[in-house]
Ligand binder design. Structure first.
Ligand code: ADP
Length: 352
């Protein structure tokens, strides 16, 4: 089912929790709502679920406006952070519960519940109670229960946050597998950019209730629309360096240093002259010592070996940067290095 948010807002007393969101989610897509704590993700999800009524704007499920449709009539399945399983019921009874509520005959309900249990790989646990299951298993039960009525939209509210790191990885792959097998339109709330990057068709990044960018995760990483997006996506974070832009030479100069970089393509002329240059740690390249054009001169302050790679902490003028290099390059603390930037891998932002 296609979902449309049109100028959707939610005001709580003096807090504008969601500020005029306009987003279309296509049928069968998995979209993450991403952003720091308090940016309005859960409020948006609760409006989709029908638990909050929007203070203004419209919400469409397919062609139907659902602002006033009660949660139980929206054909949605929801999984909460704490799974909210019924502790006194077996796994089978938990999964059957939504069908029992809507008066599906017992035999049919049981068959459908078992089919769901198979889908989420817990058919061997049907007689257990939730207290006898691991966190990952409990979550599988919650997903089976959310899907058993064959809803048209699946809502997941930070479903991985109570799991340890290893299980989190496993379960996010599982959620993606199950979602693709069922083909259900899914909205996934998370504050973890890596999680959103790995699982989603598209990411909606929010800040202070407002839309920042809505695109495929790789596109958001490669083409961040502003400094906030650039900084939020990526770990270790992007380097943000204040620069002066010269339209005449189509080049940028690091403030208070001799370093200049000429830009391949002409940038929009309304920019500048004070701008922020964003370069991800992996987009620097070490260049020959005698290179003089289009290089930044940096002094290495700390060399960190991180698994396969080496991270240099360095300074350009008084600006601290991080540079990811190959592990076998002999660079030491105190060295002066010349850095180039991979073609088209710089980002220019207006100062915020
Ligand atoms: P997130 O899920 O991104 O952490 P929320 O949607 O929970 O953010 O909250 C967005 C903003 O709305 C926050 O400032 C929060 O304090 C506020 N808020 C959320 N729910 C309520 C509520 N029921 N009453 C008043 N303010 C709320």
């Amino acid at each position: 089912m296609k979902i449309e948010l049109k100028d959707l807002s939610m005001q709580f007393d003096d807090v504008l929790a969601v500020d005029r969101l306009n987003v279309t989610i296509r049928e069968g897509e998995l979209v993450s709502l991403l952003g720091p704590s308090g940016c309005g993700k859960s409020t948006t999800l609760f409006m989709l679920a029908g638990l909050y009524k929007p203070s203004s704007g419209d919400l469409y499920f397919g062609e139907k406006r659902v602002n006033d449709v009660e949660p139980e009539n929206r054909e949605i399945g929801m999984v909460f952070q704490n799974y909210a399983l019924y502790p006194h019921m077996t796994v089978l009874k938990n999964i059957m519960f939504p069908l029992k509520m809507s008066k599906v005959p017992k035999q049919e309900a049981q068959e459908r519940a078992i089919k769901m249990a198979k889908l989420v790989h817990i058919e061997h646990l049907l007689d257990r109670k939730p207290g006898q299951l691991s966190g990952g298993q409990q979550q599988r039960v919650a997903i089976a229960r959310a899907l058993v009525k064959e809803p048209k939209l699946l809502l997941l509210d930070e479903p991985l946050s109570n799991l340890d790191a290893r299980l989190r990885l496993e379960m996010r792959e599982e959620i993606r597998r199950i979602q693709q097998e069922v083909g259900i339109t899914t909205i996934f709330v998370t504050h973890d950019q890596e999680e959103a990057m790995s699982i989603s068709d598209k990411v909606l990044l929010m800040k202070d209730g407002q839309y920042q960018q809505y695109s495929a995760p790789q596109h958001m990483y490669d083409k961040p629309s502003n400094m906030f997006v650039g900084t939020f996506m990526g770990s270790p974070p992007i380097n943000m360096i204040p620069v002066l832009y010269s339209q005449e030479s189509n080049s940028i100069q690091m403030n208070e240093t001799e370093s200049t970089l000429s830009l391949g393509q002409q940038i929009h002329s309304s920019y500048g002259p004070n701008m922020i240059l964003g370069i991800r740690p992996e987009d620097f390249v070490l260049v020959e010592d005698n290179a003089t054009e289009d290089v930044l001169t940096a002094r290495v302050t700390v060399v960190e070996r991180i698994g396969r790679d080496t991270m240099l902490n360095a300074t350009i003028g008084d600006k601290h940067i991080r540079v990811l290099i190959e592990p076998d390059v002999p660079v030491q603390q105190g060295d002066i290095v010349k850095l180039g930037v991979r073609p088209n891998r710089y980002h220019l932002f207006d100062k915020e």
